[in-house]
Design a protein around this ligand. Structure first.
Ligand code: HEM
Length: 161
């Protein structure tokens, strides 16, 4: 995204930088199970945040599925903030933690607020986990939505492109 030097506040997030691809699987009590292909990119412009872009596709038809864009805002004392927007009308405002693992990083996040447009599906909480270990990245997501309690929705196992 930039030739700028990575901002010191983002140093712990350096293992995320770049583009990652791989398969994922999803489920939720209200819908049939499904598989997907994901591309996830993290970039920076030398400021104290990373930009994140995610796109998913149907493995059979190649049709676009979910996509989202957001910003990771690391704070002192291994605190992480993140904002994310989705074309489904949902905005997630997260607070969480950064754990450096030596060659990798684990980010755990929980929504302080999740908002939807008037017509968005009802979502009251989202939790996310991103783990990088070398050239492997695992994302997981849980949500309380459609009147269901917090339940696992997604896991994707990606490798560095
Ligand atoms: C990898 C990213 C994702 C993929 C591939 C994915 C895929 C799907 C699919 C295939 C469905 C069922 C069909 C549909 O209603 O369109 C679905 C339903 C849903 N997803 Fe996801 N999703 C993703 C991420 C998310 C995220 C980030 C959220 C919320 C923060 C979310 C919330 C929902 C909700 C609320 C439903 C509706 C369930 C229902 O109608 O009962 N999804 N998702």
């Amino acid at each position: 995204m930039s030739t700028a030097e990575l901002h010191a506040a983002c140093e712990a997030l350096a293992p995320l930088l770049g583009t990652w691809r791989g398969p994922g699987e999803g489920h939720y009590p209200t819908i049939p199970d499904f598989g997907y292909l994901e591309e996830l990119s993290f970039g920076h412009v030398g400021k104290p945040f990373l930009a994140m872009t995610q796109r998913t596709r149907d493995p059979q038809s190649d049709a676009p599925l979910h996509t989202e864009v957001g910003y990771l805002r690391p704070q002192p004392n291994r605190v992480m903030e993140m904002v994310l927007t989705q074309p489904t009308g949902v905005v997630e405002i997260h607070h969480g933690s950064i754990e450096e693992t030596g060659g990798g990083v684990v980010i755990e996040l929980r929504t302080e607020r999740v908002e939807g447009t008037r017509t968005a599906k009802p979502i009251s909480e989202v939790r996310r986990r991103i783990e990088v270990a070398g050239d492997a990245l695992v994302t997981e997501m849980w949500m309380a939505a459609m009147g269901q309690p917090l339940t696992h929705h997604l896991r994707a196992d990606l490798i560095r492109a």
